[in-house]
Design a protein around this ligand. Sequence first.
Ligand code: SF4
Length: 487
Amino acid sequence: MISRIVNILSEAEKFVSSQSSGRSAMLAGLKSRPDGKLLRIAFMASLKNSPYGAIDSIMDALLIKKGREKIKEKVINLYLHRQFAANDPLREYTQRKWIYHKKQLKHILNKEFYKITPVTVDIVPSLECVQNCVVCSNVDWRVNIEDKGWFNKRSRERMMTRRNMFRIIDNIRKGGAKAVVFTGGGEPLTNPNTLDGIAYARKSGLEVGLYTNGILLDEGAIDSLIKSSLTFIRISLNAGSPMVHAQIGGYSISKDYYNRVISSLRLLAEKNRGSGNRCTVGIGYIVNPWNVYDIYLLAKTLKKIDADPRSSGGIAYFAVRPSIVHRNYRGGRQFGEHVFKKAHEIINRKVIPLLKNTGIKVIEVKSRFLAVHSREKPFDRCLASPMFSLVGPDGGMYLCVESYYGHKRCRFGDLTKERLDTIFRSRKHRKIVDNIDFRYCPPVCKMYELNKAFDRINKTDRKTIGYIRNWFMSKSPGRPPAHVNFL
Ligand code: SF4
């Protein structure tokens, strides 16, 4: 009976988090379902954000009179365990990592979202790039509307100086963050200080990850990265052939960047394997109409690398996500659903079987594929943004790269001068979070799942939140997932 009630609660929860426009149809459809009456009761109670109250209503409907408190406790325990602690198949992509950060968790469960300071900070060391991708997620600020182009700005604002990089890392560490990711902006390795910055961050005790397009990943860079013992390196490789790579990257095919990246990947896998796989090396693939058929071609290349005894096991995953079109391209109109359906079909029919017996895990980031065409956001505020932040080459802090980077009025601090925690407690930061206008946000972003969870918590009634808080205090959420410090 306990798990029957929990199943009903979980299903009702799914209805609540779906788009409000589809809810009346769902309610109508409940009549014909087994447990339809109970589902309807749970759904109505969940709409009031009271799972605790929903259990009472379900027990009333089931005419349970005896031992109600005990049943309720068991139901809530199992429900929360499933929601927050059960093994998640997506593991390193799960947004449940937040429950392992006690300091932040306390503020979240007290609904004091403004008191949160980031666990992870993205460092943008450079705005330069060797490619010029049409669907670059950073196009918004690389061709910054407000300032009529960063190209007119002084170089300090386009390329982080060595001195500033070290200062920024110090202020991040002192400010309580646990990890940094060197990322775009532009390509992080175009900055000659990036490798030293990574080594410095590691020595300071921070975990480090790197997103790179792999074009500048020569043997010297690979040796330095392996020595620094990064937690992960993700190569963004959005093609399986030289032609498509050049087409998407906006460069002349004569530069032969694709083959250069594949050779670097092979060498990285080999050296990573040689070091005992200390680093998680993965491939990030963003699907769009030009490269959808290349997914399988790239999978074949990855299989070959994995089949080579020198590099076998050196690549951990192949993660596929949809391209999100930003407002400076196609007026923000997303690519058609048929593109992503095709990708889903190729991944499931061909890529997963092909890579089944290799060490390469195929990850289709489903939440993003599902949300890319949604019209409504399943949350009304970006409460999760303080968990994670972004610093530009000049030390300026911004909420996220997706929407607000580079806009002067959205800059809320300078990490070359102040500590991370001081910046996050400032009035300016609070003002910016309060004034986020979702019209400028893409349909789905890095904080999407986390925002959904925080929004639900924010709207949950006091009694239930009290129970959840006690539950967290008394229970261990289990072994943390891999890369727990990278939100
Ligand atoms: S919801 Fe908007 S402001 Fe918040 S992280 Fe996403 S894109 Fe950035």
